[in-house]
Design a protein around this ligand. Structure first.
Ligand code: GRF
Length: 214
């Protein structure tokens, strides 16, 4: 695919950035419909920043601590970084700041998140421990468009994994992370190719309801 036809993507991180690496790897393929224009972290110490730089991707830091309680000023600066880099799609990948409705509206339909659970189950943190404690038989990961309410918004794709007897938070997290690294590049590809339409609370892919992969 010609470079000019590819969608320009920003990845927002706060930590180790393994999903970011999966997206960067996928985007290396010439036929992939998106290019990673910039990786932005709210934490200057995020391990993912070095991994992005090592991969030759531009990085930026918008340190939320410098903005004190002024969430809007932080987001205006974040937004400025994205527009300066001519970003068209934003992927949250372990980005640990809640975004205000203002920011979400700016990027509506172009803002994706990955969550380590089969939404709408287990929104929020500690999803693996909570799935184990609840005795769930299945767990997984979800890529969705971001809506103002945390961990909600139309689901683009999901992947389920089994929960085995004797699983710990660590073994389960590893199994889920492996599918995260598959579904995020897949979901971004669908969005970048314009194959995802939002219909009410749901996504249609090529006009069909989204499926759960397992
Ligand atoms: C992933 O489990 C993701 O689903 C969640 O935060 C974690 C980030 O991991 N939102 P990484 O930084 O991509 O390795």
């Amino acid at each position: 695919m010609a470079a000019g036809a590819k969608k320009r993507v920003a990845i927002l991180i706060s930590g180790r950035g393994s999903n970011m690496v999966a997206l960067i790897q996928a985007a290396k393929d010439e036929s992939y419909p998106a290019t990673i224009a910039v990786v932005v972290s709210n934490d200057p110490a995020a391990e993912g920043l070095k991994r992005a730089a090592d991969a030759g991707i531009a990085t930026a830091v918008v340190d939320h601590k410098k903005f004190g309680k002024d969430r809007e000023a932080f987001e205006r600066e974040l937004h400025r970084q994205l527009t300066t880099n001519h970003v068209e799609i934003v992927c949250l990948a372990g980005f640990m700041r809640l975004l205000t409705p203002w920011f979400v509206r700016q990027w509506e339909g172009r803002l994706l998140n990955i969550h380590p659970a089969l939404l709408p189950a287990f929104k929020g943190l500690d999803t693996h421990a909570r799935a184990l404690a609840a005795g769930a038989r299945e767990h997984g990961a979800t890529v969705h468009f971001v809506a103002p309410e945390m961990d909600s918004g139309p689901i683009i794709t999901q992947a389920a994994v089994p929960i085995h007897h004797g699983d710990t938070e660590t073994t389960l997290a590893g199994r889920v992370l492996a599918v995260e690294h598959q579904i995020y590049p897949y979901a971004l590809k669908l969005v970048a190719e314009g194959r995802v339409q939002v219909s009410g609370e749901r996504c249609l892919i090529d006009g069909q309801p989204a499926k759960i992969h397992s």
